[in-house]
Design a protein around this ligand. Structure first.
Ligand SMILES: [Zn+2]
Length: 349
């Protein structure tokens, strides 16, 4: 070991000392923050039919059952991050709602008659698990015979899980109208995402989901082509549609990334419950997205169609919160389930 090397290493050690101290100080900071604020990343189900609440750290929670089949699960000091994911409301539950309440997340559940929930338990992985009751058989046997689908299943988009979608209890013809197409890409948003692509993907998945529940579904376009507004209405009128749902993504100027959220439009009073049913399901699936509500508007396709009709805006391509979601195929699959569930809720009333 040379004298020179020793001298140099001593100098390095001295130079490192303050750096080491400050590193240590920084590294304890996130640990404290994490203990105070946990994140609920997702809710999904395992193979045993157990709901799994994925959190960063084992959550502090409270389980409050009442005698009427209502249960409340509170996760203390836990937040819903922007990319929070949940499975659709399980069929075996009559209620499944996720809400922020101050620093806590409150999940309200209601069982169906004749079933009950046991308190949640911590799994070996340190996650909270809640065993679901088995879905009741009668609900599964009321589906009407399947009608011939009008859209062939040629597109290799992964089929999202249909857990939780209610079966259609009466014959229905549903027209799904993906906005824009062809020379008209609709709105262009953050990262260059195009409304036409987003709404075609969601519309195609909504169509598949509704077909799987026994509905006859007609799309006004199945690929990236231009369709004028009048032919869209004509398709719905000619098909004697039970309902018409136009699917769009919202946009404002690129200088307003602060504007985000979901809204649904209707024109006639008879269409309002359809818009409300879809909006309710979207908010149930995405409780952390902004609820811009159900509104009346004079959009051509919902004004000219004579059946209950609605125009859905699935989020802002120009919104800093919404754009990354809209670009995410998993979000679009869940959004498709939410819209399909809303349409089924309306038809099954
Ligand atoms: Zn549009």
């Amino acid at each position: 070991m040379s004298k020179r090397w020793l001298a140099r290493s001593a100098a390095v050690a001295i130079a490192c000392l303050p750096a080491l101290i400050s590193l240590e100080a920084i590294s304890t900071q996130p640990a404290i923050a994490q203990a105070a604020v946990n994140n609920l990343r997702s809710i999904d189900a395992d193979a045993e039919g157990q709901l799994i609440f994925r959190t960063d750290a084992p959550p502090r929670f409270e389980w409050t059952p009442d005698l009427g089949g209502n249960y409340q699960l509170t996760l203390f000091d836990t937040q819903l991050p922007l990319n929070f994911r949940t499975l659709p409301p399980p069929l075996s539950l009559a209620r499944f709602e996720i809400n922020r309440q101050g620093n806590n997340i409150v999940i309200r559940l209601r069982t169906r008659p004749g079933s009950r929930l046991e308190p949640p338990v911590m799994t070996a992985a340190g996650l909270l698990g809640l065993m679901l009751p088995k879905a009741s058989l009668p609900a599964l046997t009321t589906a009407p015979p399947r009608l011939t689908p009008l859209v062939p299943n040629l597109n290799p988009i992964p089929q999202p899980s249909v857990v939780g979608l209610p079966p259609l209890t009466r014959p229905a013809v549903i027209v799904i109208d993906p906005g824009h197409g062809g020379r008209d890409p609709g709105a262009i948003g953050i990262g260059g995402i195009r409304e036409t692509d987003i709404v075609l993907d969601i519309s195609t998945q909504v169509t598949r989901l509704l077909q799987a529940q026994g509905a006859q579904v007609v799309m006004t376009r199945q690929d990236d082509r231009e369709v004028d507004l009048a032919p869209r209405v004509a398709i719905a009128q000619r098909a004697r549609a039970t309902v018409f749902v136009s699917i769009h993504a919202n946009a404002l100027s690129m200088s307003r990334p602060d504007v985000n959220g979901i809204e649904t439009y209707f024109f006639s009073a008879a269409s309002r419950p359809l818009a409300q049913a879809i909006q309710d399901r979207m908010m149930q699936f995405f409780p952390d997205m902004r609820n811009r509500g159900v509104k009346q508007a004079r959009f051509y396709v919902i004004r000219q169609t004579t059946m209950p009709s609605s125009l859905v805006e699935v989020g802002f391509v120009t919104g800093a919160e919404d754009a990354p979601r809209l670009a995410d195929p998993t979000f679009r699959a869940q959004m498709s389930q939410a819209i399909a569930a809303g349409i089924l809720d309306f038809l099954n009333r």
